[in-house]
Design a protein around this ligand. Structure first.
Ligand SMILES: Nc1ncnc2c1ncn2[C@@H]1O[C@H](COP(=O)(O)OP(=O)(O)OP(=O)(O)O)[C@@H](O)[C@H]1O
Ligand SMILES: [Mg+2]
Length: 465
């Protein structure tokens, strides 16, 4: 069994799960960023508050800036359980007034009574810093100082991790749950497909009943309809085959029964002259049987579902000339004048199967010779009619009555009283071959034509035009 190219379930799951995962990841990242931003803002505000409290301890006394920081105030800076705080009070020229020298400096100095937050490092440890420019005494606006308060990031990092785990754990659970739901939904959604597969798989070769369309979801209706149409076609082909086999067996029975009787007769015959007569009859029956079997084989070859037939570019003129030549001895035996006429001087190309086309023309010439009385004429014509070649096989025999025109194309049909050892398959074979070549066949006979004229219009080979 051929391996499937892909699984519908896998493809559906992939298309559902991948976008969902991407959406989850993006939304988790976004939620994390916002939460971290909010907590950072809160910590920043608290850092700023402490820095402001600190800045209030700076005074200008006799024109000199003094940071009056009582121990209690400094203890506040280090009472945090996780983080350490460092402060620094500088003059604008960079001279340290109080605090820890070497705290990171902002890239831009904040304006008077403004502040700025930034990240930096102190003693190799990452810190968050708020820097503010303070005018301690509004009567001495030129006496400015820069107050900086830095805090290590332990609390913030801890909080970040807590937010992350707080976001990820429920999200992982929801991912798992959604995956389960998607899996369940896809499996349920595909159930009608499995049902259909089961229904087809459980059938035997004889069960060609159409599939019930009522239980089928809309998306599968056209598939099921096409399948049912195919089943009907298979049923028809099988029925036609069955009929054909029954007919063929029936037709073969007559000459074979004749053969049996005649052999029995021959075995009993002692007179050599009589024996020869019986043997002649025997030979005749044998010939009929062989002809019938040959016709049956031709018909089987020309069946429309016989897709193995290979087509090629053929010269119809050559074929007609050759076949007519091949039939001349038989025509002479029957005292008939058989000829080929055409005004075409170049090749007459068609797209066809040579064996079948020869079969088709042979059957027509055979009929013309077989049913025309001695002294008659049989002529094969080739002409061009627009984009078709027109092949005509005509004779001046008894003709085919109009009411029989359709029926003579039926299988095993011979006109009553005309039986000359034919099996009634010749024109049926012609019709199959005509259909295979997208051609048309027409009969002309009494009263418009004295005799029988079979016309075949077969398309000219396209690229030849
Ligand atoms: N040229 C013709 N002139 C008169 N009758 C014809 C002619 N061609 C066909 N028929 C009639 O049509 C019938 C069907 O012809 P068809 O070729 O199908 O079968 P067949 O000739 O009886 O048998 P087969 O061709 O298989 O040997 C013939 O039995 C004959 O009565
Ligand atoms: Mg015939």
């Amino acid at each position: 069994m051929a391996q499937p190219q892909f699984s519908l379930r896998k493809r559906l799951l992939l298309w559902l799960v991948l976008p969902l995962l991407i959406i989850w990841l993006l939304s988790a990242w976004w939620a994390y960023q916002i939460s971290v931003q909010f907590t950072n803002d809160a910590y920043d505000r608290s850092l700023l508050n402490t820095a402001m409290t600190l800045s209030k301890q700076i005074i200008v006394s006799h024109g000199i800036i003094i940071a009056h920081l009582p121990k209690m105030a400094l203890d506040v800076l280090n009472e945090d359980q996780y983080d350490r705080m460092y402060y620094m009070i500088n003059r604008p020229n960079g001279d340290l007034v109080a605090g820890y020298a070497g705290l990171p400096l902002p890239t831009i100095l904040p304006g008077p009574n403004h502040h700025i937050f930034f990240n930096g490092q102190y003693n190799g440890i990452p810190v968050r810093v708020v820097a503010m420019t303070v005018i301690p005494n509004r009567y001495h606006p030129k006496r400015k100082v820069m107050v900086e308060l830095a805090e290590t990031l332990v609390k913030r990092q801890l909080m970040g991790r807590e937010i992350l785990s707080g976001l990820i754990v429920p999200r992982l659970a929801s991912i798992a749950l959604t995956l389960l739901l998607v899996w369940y939904a896809v499996s349920r959604g595909l159930k009608p497909l499995w049902r259909l597969q089961k229904e087809v798989a459980s059938r035997g070769p004889q069960d060609l009943e159409p599939i019930n369309i009522l239980d089928t979801p809309n998306e599968l209706v056209s598939l099921v309809e096409e399948f049912n149409r195919l089943l009907i076609e298979i049923r028809q082909v099988l029925a036609a085959r069955q009929r054909f086999i029954a007919d063929a067996a029936h037709q073969l029975r007559t000459p074979l029964a004749g053969l049996k009787t005649q052999t029995e007769l021959a075995l009993r015959e002692t007179d050599p002259h009589e024996l020869r007569q019986v043997l002649l009859l025997l030979h005749h029956s044998g010939e009929r049987s062989v002809h019938l079997v040959n016709q049956l084989l031709s018909l089987a070859r020309a069946e429309p579902h016989e897709r193995k037939v290979s087509f090629a570019k053929l010269d119809l003129l050559l074929i007609l000339r050759e076949i007519t030549g091949e039939w001349v001895p038989k025509a002479l035996d029957n005292e008939l004048d058989l000829g080929f006429e055409t005004k075409i001087d170049g090749p007459a190309y068609v797209w066809g199967n040579e064996v079948l086309l020869r079969e088709m023309v042979s059957n027509l010439i055979d009929n013309a010779i077989r049913y025309t009385q001695g002294g008659g004429n049989v002529t094969v014509h080739l002409d061009r009619q627009e984009t078709n070649w027109l092949v005509q096989v005509e004779d001046n025999g008894p003709g085919i009555p109009r009411e029989e025109h359709r029926r003579v194309f039926d299988r095993f049909y011979s006109i009553l009283g005309s039986n000359r050892g034919g099996s009634g398959l010749g024109l049926a074979i012609v019709q199959e071959i005509v259909q295979m070549h997208h051609a048309q066949v027409m009969l002309e006979s009494l009263p418009e034509f004295y005799g029988t004229r079979v016309k075949i219009l077969i398309p000219c080979y396209a690229s030849h035009d």
